[in-house]
Design a protein around this ligand. Structure first.
Ligand code: ADE
Length: 425
């Protein structure tokens, strides 16, 4: 296929940050042995030779390793940010300066710049899109139908993006294959749960430097992310309340030992509120009104819609910065509400996102999902596809190996037993 080079070479904060980015990328690599093995194989086999690829991800040290692996595999790759506040500017600089990967991402970019970068990425005329939240794919479908012929397929990282793709499929506009990376066991069990669990609290602690022990933490949503956040908050000595709209996870939360109640009740009790639902306005005007003075509110779901910040801002008599990424809104009652990271992903806005060890598996899935799309070009139906079970299992095996953990294997007698139905009581 003929390359259609992007017009501007890159759009980053400061190319001089490259040495710091290089040092931090190297550090992250210590915890990413699975992706390293994949990169080494890609360098030999060049599965993406001649293909244009767009990755719309949080531009972090871990994403750097994914981009480097794809480039090693022959991809003509362009990287853009999947969130205006999540870019690590030193990483963006290093990818441009040391790896010749065009990056369009600046921490704190405004929404117009964010959308301009999405357009720049699509100007690259991608054959493969790696998306995180589905903004590139949705823009392609809405505005660039004529480019769909170029596309082999897409991969999607996160639950929110999968929900959008499902809606596109229902509306009959998803006319190409999309790999559901989030669905892989080696992704959501670890990234969504342990990754979000640790990095969300990391973001809150870095932003506020408060003690979590003894605080009442309200976790809105008890999916994999909510489970991780609640578990880790409890581990640090917080009293955890869970809010849910779905009866089954609500029972799970109760049986995991958490108090479960509606947000209207939880609002009065919480010291810290963390939204991880994927839905909008989970915390809104009536909740702010009943919160304690100085309550801290943040979001770890993909989009900045979970907290109704517009209503908070419209009520506030004063808004001021109190620490990095932390603002205090004073209400007419005299009480204040503290918001971290403008309601955007707190783990990436105020910390460094999920630790490398979990992103190792998430991005191994991404890399192998791209390879699967290429190997099966023209064979896959439009719509969502799971990561093949063998791929998921292989990633788990490689991770265990890297962790020096050995496990048992079935004896021939056990194999026979689980494959037969004849013996019972
Ligand atoms: N999503 C959450 N954490 C991340 C990280 N460290 N890198 C890329 N994407 C992420």
């Amino acid at each position: 296929m003929v390359a259609a080079p992007v017009k501007q070479k890159y759009d980053i904060k400061d190319i001089n940050l490259a040495p710091l980015g290089h040092q931090r990328i190297e550090w992250a690599g210590r915890e990413m042995p699975v992706l390293k093995q994949i990169r080494e194989r890609f360098a030999q086999e060049k599965p993406f030779a001649g293909l244009r690829l767009v990755a719309c991800c949080h531009v972090t040290t871990e994403t750097a390793h994914l981009a480097i692996a794809l480039k090693a595999g022959g991809a003509d790759a362009v990287l853009i940010a999947s969130n205006p506040l999540s870019t690590q500017d030193d990483v963006a600089a290093c990818l441009v300066a040391n790896y010749d990967i065009p990056v369009f991402a600046i921490k704190g970019e405004d929404n117009d710049t964010y959308h301009r970068h999405v357009q720049t990425a699509l100007d690259h005329r991608p054959n493969i899109i790696i998306d995180d939240g589905s903004d590139v794919v949705a823009t392609l479908v809405k505005e660039r139908q004529h480019q769909i012929a170029d596309l082999i397929g897409t991969t999607e990282e996160t639950t929110t993006g999968i929900v959008r793709l499902q809606a596109m499929f229902k509306d009959g506009v998803l006319s190409f294959p999309a790999m559901n990376v989030n669905d892989a066991d080696t992704k959501h069990f670890f990234d969504n749960r342990y990754g979000t669990g640790q990095s969300t609290l990391d973001g809150i602690i870095r932003a506020t430097n408060i003690l979590l022990a003894g605080k009442t933490i309200v976790v809105a949503g008890y999916g994999w992310c909510g489970k991780g956040v609640a578990m880790r908050a409890q581990g640090l000595g917080a009293n955890v309340i869970v809010t849910e709209i779905n009866p089954v996870p609500a029972i799970e939360a109760a049986m995991d030992g958490f108090r479960v109640m509606p947000m209207a009740e939880a609002a009065k009790e919480g010291d810290i509120f963390i939204t991880v639902t994927g839905n909008k306005h989970v915390i809104r005007a009536e909740h702010f009104a009943s919160m304690k003075d100085g309550a801290i509110v943040c979001n770890s779901g993909h989009f900045d819609i979970e907290i109704d910040l517009k209503s908070l801002a419209s009520q506030a008599t004063e808004v001021k910065d109190v620490r990095n990424f932390t603002q205090q809104y004073t209400l007419p009652s005299g009480k204040s509400v503290i918001v971290i990271g403008e309601g955007r992903l707190v783990n990436l806005a105020a910390a460094e996102g999920h630790p490398s060890a979990v992103m190792d598996m998430s991005f191994a899935n991404q890399a192998l999902a791209c390879e699967y799309l290429v190997k099966n070009k023209g064979q896959l139906q439009p719509g969502l596809h799971s990561i093949p079970r063998e791929v998921d299992q292989e990633i788990a095996r490689l991770k265990l190996q890297a962790m020096s953990i050995q496990i048992d294997s079935l004896t021939p007698e056990q194999v026979e037993y689980i494959n037969s139905w004849t013996s019972g009581t």
